[in-house]
Design a protein around this ligand. Structure first.
Ligand SMILES: *Cc1c(COP(=O)(O)O)cnc(C)c1O
Length: 429
């Protein structure tokens, strides 16, 4: 899509792009943080999304319900808490490409990874290996390591990490598929990111699932950086399970509720092991308070505890913005916006080689984030951004991650970033 736009490094061009952007007004639905007293240009939605203006009222409403009804709020009022989980389902299903019964908002991301592993990682003497990407997010590494140890196995023998080839920064799909094939009968699970947090690479989830299922392994994805960013089709791709967080691209507030996906082919498998709680138990029978766990149909059967109502209120405020904007529209703008960022960086960089974009060039292999290796000037290059009111993110030893989001970033934001980058490189590189 972005290939069709003839980008220009000019303020007039950026203004024209904003004027023609059908989503341009969505940024007015957000509160921008301040840097040095001024509204920041915010490119850090990959780490923590910004606050929708509506969030406060959504939370206040539940505070009022609690104040006015207390325990009656569980079953009374227009949004009885007993059923509150259902509210986010249409949006979540749309965002990850699933049926509503395949998704539910609950817990936190790392907790959900563990709970889903209980169901989908049952190693046997023959089939026990797990494939993941090298350099995965630390929480995911610790999760895998401790799950494997929990089963009495050695992480070094079980976990197969796929690394980029020498001199490359991202994974080749062919290498992932080949590794899956190599471990064939011994492979129990592929558990990796859908979109890599460090490089910004979006993996070919459909191809990975196909290859893994062919050798008889399950596939789970951590979609922390993919949900609300890339276009997903978890149901059609036959992904077995997935989980994500809501506070990055989904703008639902620090540490807010995670979500899970369990494919409908696993919706009615009481034989799948799980660590259960009363909220996953058959809803109609829940208050009989009897022995004998009977899971609810679909993803709901993985719930443990009653819903965190205040958290879901903040989540809902944001999800409704996504629904209004439309996932396809967001993705379309995102490709162009990130394409513009890429164009400007190449323009500034010329053939100096100071900045190297390690995120794939192909827009089908990335979300909105570009990861920039800074070969000269170090962190000073990055600090200049903040001095100029631009919030990005620095990862040691020398990576800057910039994530222009289609909901609240503009082409002018990207243009302004490029100006500051140019100035910064002149000073420090
Ligand atoms: C952000 C992120 C996490 C964070 O996990 P929490 O349980 O929400 O603290 C985990 N994994 C990945 C891949 C992430 O990007």
């Amino acid at each position: 899509m972005s290939n069709q736009v003839n980008f220009e490094f000019s303020i007039d061009f950026a203004e024209k792009m904003d004027a023609e952007d059908p989503l341009r007004d969505f940024r007015s639905k957000f509160i921008f943080p301040k840097v040095n007293g001024n509204e920041a240009i915010y490119f850090c939605g990959n780490s923590l999304g910004i606050q929708p203006k509506a969030t406060q009222a959504y939370i206040q409403k539940e505070l009022d319900n609690w104040a006015n009804m207390a325990v009656d709020g569980h079953f009374h009022g227009e949004d009885a808490w007993y059923h509150i989980r259902k509210k986010s389902k249409p949006a979540l299903a749309e965002i990850v490409g699933a049926h509503e019964h395949e998704v539910v908002a609950m817990n936190n991301l790392t907790s959900n990874l563990h709970f889903l592993m209980v169901s989908f990682y049952q190693p046997t003497a023959e089939r026990y290996k797990i494939i993941t990407e090298a350099g995965a997010f630390p929480s995911d590494m610790y999760m895998l390591e401790t799950q494997v140890k929990f089963h009495g196995l050695d992480p070094d023998e079980v976990i197969v990490e796929i690394a980029p080839r020498a001199g490359e920064h991202t994974l080749r799909t062919e290498d992932i598929l080949q590794t899956i094939q190599e471990h064939g009968d011994q492979l129990a699970l592929v558990m990796m990111a859908g979109l890599q947090y460090y490089t910004g690479q979006l993996f070919d989830m459909k191809a990975i699932v196909e290859a893994a299922h062919k050798v008889g392994a399950y596939v789970g994805f951590d979609l922390a950086h993919a949900a609300g960013n890339a276009q997903l089709g978890l149901h059609d791709w036959q992904v077995d399970f997935a989980t994500w967080c809501s506070y990055k691209y989904m703008n639902s507030g620090p540490g807010n509720v995670s979500g899970i996906f369990v494919h409908e082919k696993h919706a009615e498998k009481p034989e799948l092991p799980r660590f259960a709680g009363w909220w996953g138990h058959d809803e109609g029978q829940r208050f009989k308070m009897e022995k004998g766990f009977v899971p609810m149909f679909g993803a709901d059967g993985w719930q443990l505890a009653n819903s965190n109502v205040l958290a879901l209120a903040a989540h809902q405020a944001s999800l409704e913005i996504f629904m209004e904007a439309g996932i396809k529209n967001l993705r379309k703008k995102s490709e162009t916006l990130t394409g513009y960022l890429e164009f400007l960086i190449h323009k500034i960089n010329g053939d100096s080689g100071v900045i190297e974009i390690i995120t794939p060039k192909n827009e089908n292999e990335r979300g909105c984030q570009l990861s920039l290796l800074v070969h000269k000037g170090g962190k000073a290059v990055f600090d200049e951004f903040y001095q100029n009111g631009i919030v990005g993110d620095w990862r040691n030893p020398n990576v800057i991650r910039i994530a222009p989001t289609p909901l609240y970033n503009s082409f002018m934001d990207v243009f302004r970033f490029a100006q500051v980058l140019e100035q910064s490189l002149r000073k420090f590189a």
